[in-house]
Write a protein that binds this ligand. Structure first.
Ligand code: UDP
Length: 298
């Protein structure tokens, strides 16, 4: 779109090679920085996607995870207030916890265990939403809150620890596919390009859209179905193996995207089978050895 872009990353779950193809563009700048510490930039718009989002990574240092969402958001909101920037918060379907309402509309207040192992992420993101709303009410700041449901696609980290990357990596290398629990828990998987389109539309929406908006694909699958589809699309001989279900793992998750349709004219366009095939095709082109596992917990 011709914007000047400043990318700020501490590379905890990422690496510089993700953006090396952008480094010689005159409108792209890269800063290695952790938003837990203040930063002083002059910008028009901020997309705050900081915070590890895979359970293994956000549980690696839960105090740091909470700080990233809370202290990091305060730093960005302070900066946005000073330079009059519009600021977008990447929130999450985890604000709904293990939901009793299905599918989840934005009006549902959630069922989160505040003292469980997922709380550093869930409650951190919930507190960030509170901060965004309070800066909006108190200082009339222009904010956007996007509740992101499970997302996947090419260029996701092969050792991200997420179910899609784990299953594809396991299937392509002929390893066992690790299903946590009995595989009956559900998730709704949104393809990367659809998500990014949702971000851009939300940022461009009228300032009245300062309330949280779900962005996700309402197609709901059990984890076992995802494993079977991955085996089918890769033609892998891998077998399914069952491992204990992690604590507080939500049993089902599906976005109600009525608000996104109504206010952003947005809905996903890429079905799981098609998106998974594209993701598998990309995984076939990479050498996972070139990627550093972000934590020992992948
Ligand atoms: N999962 C699994 N095997 C794996 C990784 C994850 O069965 O190798 C399950 C996990 O227990 C959860 C679902 O897949 O029920 C989605 O997990 P992920 O970590 O991708 O995202 P989240 O739990 O945050 O939705």
């Amino acid at each position: 779109m011709g914007h000047d872009v400043i990318c700020v990353d501490n590379f905890f779950t990422s690496q510089k090679s993700n953006v090396t193809h952008l480094l010689d563009r005159s409108n792209f700048e890269l800063i290695r920085h952790d938003i837990v510490h203040p930063i002083w930039l002059e910008v028009d718009e901020i997309y705050n996607l900081a915070c590890p989002a895979a359970p293994g990574h956000y549980q690696y240092n839960p105090i740091k995870t909470m700080k990233t969402s809370v202290v990091g958001s305060m730093n960005l909101l302070g900066m946005a207030r000073r330079c009059g920037a519009k600021v977008f918060q990447a929130s999450t379907s985890e604000v709904y916890g293990d939901p009793e309402v299905h599918p989840q509309p934005e009006s549902y207040r959630g069922c989160v265990n505040p003292i469980g192992v997922r709380a550093c992420y869930d409650e951190g993101k919930r507190a960030a939403e509170t901060l965004f709303m309070d800066y909006h009410r108190m200082h009339k700041m222009r904010i956007r809150i996007c509740r992101i449901f499970n997302t996947y696609g090419p260029r996701m980290h092969p050792f991200d620890g997420r179910v899609v990357s784990n299953f594809i990596r396991q299937a392509l290398s002929g390893q066992d596919i690790t299903i946590f629990g009995d595989g009956s828990q559900t998730r709704s998987f949104c393809y990367r390009d659809d998500l990014v389109e949702g971000f851009i539309r939300l940022m461009a929406a009228p300032d009245e859209v300062s309330f949280p908006v779900n962005i996700g694909n309402p197609g709901e699958y059990t984890i076992k179905q995802l494993a079977e589809l991955t085996i089918e699309l890769t033609g892998s001989p891998s077998k399914l193996v069952y491992r204990p279900l992690p604590a507080d793992d939500p049993t089902r998750r599906r976005p109600d995207i009525t608000l996104a349709k109504q206010h952003l004219s947005w809905e996903p366009t890429v079905p799981l089978r098609e998106g998974l095939q594209k993701t598998i095709d990309w995984f076939r082109t990479i050498d996972p050895e070139q990627y550093r596992p972000p934590t020992p917990n992948f």
